[in-house]
Design a protein. Structure first.
Length: 399
């Protein structure tokens, strides 16, 4: 069908009045849901929400599949997802806010705020029968935590009703896996620790700080550690594929340690504790692309945004072509990972354990948000087939 120039002109003029994209712009991305639908049809995922935005408005928002296989409830664009490790950049921005406030420095030792981290031990040698520990050569710093170079591992045993303070004190008793700054090793517990640093430096509960200084000014009203009972019907259910049965089956979020999704007594864990929508995540990255400001609300200084989204890990090996900034993955060589080939060097963002993805490309000004809830994909979620299909379709539309 031939395009209608008059209709497109009207839609173009309306762009300055309404934040959502007009029909002509939506048509440009019509292939995006079509490229993801086959993964629903094959039973690889239950459904997905796909968003594309520029610095100022949403260009495309669509949904395919279902959010609940048992009831057949259709996936909606405002459904709420566990964003898992996509929480980490949000937690890191809270540290950046406190740095701008003069409450802390990225190079401060963690023990300055949490004395339980003083005098840590490092595993020098370990076998099934014994461990040899030595003292850490230096204290771990906030920068170490933000770049996954602290030596902190994970803590497998916790309680859904521990306070954040109780949990972090237990973490502090664990020896480091290596000398601070000497290696890169992903640590969700390190970002949980940063949430506790926010509490100590600000004098506020972490959840209250993140609400007041980030979620409220950015109008991220659907982002929370604790979805309410009223919001529960909008939660996208989590699934893993049973290969023998050839179907998706519901799976728990192990990171909640047995706590209910809606239980407000769970601690606010900055490593992977947040739930959100595609639209809310997009607003966070639009703020970052605007140098720390959105809709007249200044969150970070431009220099702080630049510091957080540049390579910080030097020659330490992280993920292929993807070193770390301060809380953000930074794409250095897009050719090193198939899903990154359509993105520019300097793109920053983060993925989540159940396949959610969020990226901002400063070269093009494009924000990518891809939301699914699929565990145990048998591959790196950052390089999933679904993400690659979504981003290839977006790239084709942008061309």
């Amino acid at each position: 069908m031939a395009s209608n120039p008059g209709r497109c002109l009207i839609a173009f003029l309306a762009l300055s009045l309404f934040p959502a994209a007009p029909a002509c712009a939506q048509d440009r991305f019509a292939a995006v849901p079509r490229m993801v639908q086959p993964f629903v049809d094959k039973g690889e995922i239950s459904g997905a929400v796909m968003l594309v935005a520029d610095r100022d408005r949403v260009l495309h928002l669509s949904a395919v599949g279902v959010s609940d296989i048992a009831t057949g409830r259709r996936m909606r664009t405002d459904d709420i997802f566990w964003i898992a490790s996509m929480s980490k950049p949000i937690t890191s921005v809270c540290i950046g806010i406190l740095a701008d406030d003069g409450r802390l420095s990225f190079d401060d030792p963690v023990e300055k705020f949490l004395p339980e981290f003083h005098g840590q031990w490092v595993i020098e040698e370990q076998s099934a029968e014994r461990r040899i520990l030595v003292r850490a050569a230096r204290p771990i710093t906030l920068r170490d935590l933000l770049t996954h170079t602290s030596g902190m591992g994970e803590y497998a045993v916790t309680d859904p009703h521990w306070t954040l303070s109780e949990y972090i004190k237990a973490l502090a008793r664990e020896p480091l896996r290596f000398q601070p700054g000497s290696r890169w090793m992903y640590s969700t517990a390190g970002f949980d620790t940063l949430g506790r640093v926010v509490e100590a430096a600000s004098g506020m509960p972490f959840a209250a700080f993140i609400q007041r200084r980030l979620f409220d000014p950015l109008s991220m009203a659907q982002t929370t550690f604790w979805p309410t009972e009223a919001e529960a019907p909008r939660l996208a259910h989590e699934y893993a594929r049973n290969a023998e049965a050839g179907r998706l089956e519901e799976t728990p979020i192990h990171y909640l340690y047995g706590g209910a999704v809606t239980d407000p007594a769970r601690p606010a864990l900055g490593g992977a504790g947040l739930f959100s929508t595609a639209q809310d995540v997009a607003r966070f990255y639009q703020m970052m692309l605007h140098g720390g400001e959105l809709d007249g609300h200044r969150i970070l200084r431009p220099a702080t945004v630049a510091e957080m989204t540049r390579k910080q890990t030097g020659l330490l090996a992280a993920r292929p072509g993807m070193p770390w900034g301060l809380g953000f993955c930074v794409i250095e060589d897009p050719s090193k990972m198939e899903a990154n080939t359509t993105l520019s060097a300097g793109t920053f963002g983060h993925g989540g354990a159940f396949g959610t993805q969020s990226w901002a490309d400063p070269s093009t000004g494009i924000v990518y948000v891809f939301m699914i809830q699929r565990d145990k994909m048998g591959m790196n979620p950052d390089n999933s087939f679904m993400r690659r299909a979504y981003q290839d379709a977006v790239a084709a539309a942008l061309r």
